[in-house]
Design a protein around this ligand. Structure first.
Ligand code: RET
Length: 291
């Protein structure tokens, strides 16, 4: 068993690390020559922290279980985000990978090692953060759990294929094939937001709020595949620091701004948001108040 685990770690090391340890990657980011890259991580750690505290403060007087559920889901977006950026900043979820033949960055070097810096932790952690964004949006639109969970499953599939695209070093065609698959999954999510949830939000009375959230989300989310394609993973037109800032800025819009826009509506606990004291109860009959 132990040797199996050791073998797993060894192969993980070969697949994800091109000879650079986490400590060397950390030194590469924070050593002084890559201040811009380091800042793109640190600023988001701070913003995620502020957002978590902001939600706790704004939501301190919530009483309705459904309003509380939405506030909790919104908080979880930033809980994932602060962990994600800590992983990137520590070097744990960064790797230097050699691109396959034909890739514009094939043969590039990073800190003396063959390969380019890949922030694969981003794609991995979007797998956990994007479902919370969709759960919050779906609940605000008053959608049903089938649609909310379907869109969540598709976003997980999209992020995992994005991760696979970034980590595939065997073939350029397969990198882009993963990207195409992820893009198809993305279109399912866009359809649910633009068609189903837009209509449902109107019926639920949250149409105005949903229009703002939909705009920030759909426009912002399209930025990610564009950045992937223009950045080091794709055509390598943008360098690593610019790509990283691009993602960090998109994250500010799609997570923190979306969160505060939604939260400022939820705290008022309007009828369009509340679900009544029984909402989400796991047992019928009177429940013990939790505060
Ligand atoms: C990838 C590559 C594969 C094709 C597509 C992508 C889309 C990514 C998106 C990410 C959104 C992330 C957010 C994170 C917040 O924490 C994976 C780049 C379509 C839409 C909102």
């Amino acid at each position: 068993m132990q040797s199996l685990v050791a073998a797993g770690f060894r192969s993980g090391h070969v697949a994800l690390q091109n000879g650079m340890t986490d400590a060397e990657l950390f030194e590469y980011v924070f050593g002084g020559d890559n201040t811009l890259l380091a800042l793109s991580f640190v600023i988001n750690i701070a913003l995620a922290g502020i957002t978590i505290l902001g939600i706790a403060y704004l939501g301190r007087n919530l009483t309705d279980p459904r309003s509380k559920a939405i506030a909790t889901v919104l908080m979880l977006i930033s809980v994932v985000s602060i962990s994600s950026y800590t992983g990137l900043a520590s070097g744990l979820t960064l790797s230097v990978l050699e691109m396959p033949a034909g890739h514009p960055a094939a043969g590039a070097t990073t800190a003396g090692e063959n390969g380019v810096l890949t922030m694969w932790g981003r794609y991995l952690t979007w797998t956990f953060s994007t479902p919370f964004i969709l759960i919050a949006l779906g609940m605000i639109a008053g959608s049903n759990w089938t649609k909310i969970l379907t869109s969540s499953a598709f976003t997980i599939a999209m992020c995992v294929t994005g991760l696979a695209a970034a980590l595939t070093t065997s073939s350029l065609v397969l990198r882009w094939w993963w990207f195409v698959l992820g893009s198809i999954f993305f279109l399912v999510i866009v359809y649910v937001i633009l068609v189903d949830w837009t209509a449902e939000a109107k019926r639920a009375g949250t149409g105005d709020l949903f229009r703002t959230l939909k705009f920030l989300t759909v426009v912002g989310w399209f930025g990610y595949p564009i950045l992937w394609a223009l950045g080091v993973e794709g055509f390598a037109i943008l360098d690593v620091a610019v790509t990283s800032w691009g993602y960090s800025l998109l994250d500010i819009v799609t997570k923190y701004i979306v969160t505060f826009v939604a939260m400022s509506y939820v705290v008022e606990e309007p009828d369009t948001i509340t679900g009544g004291t029984d909402y989400g109860a796991s047992i019928s009959g009177p429940t013990t108040p939790d505060d």
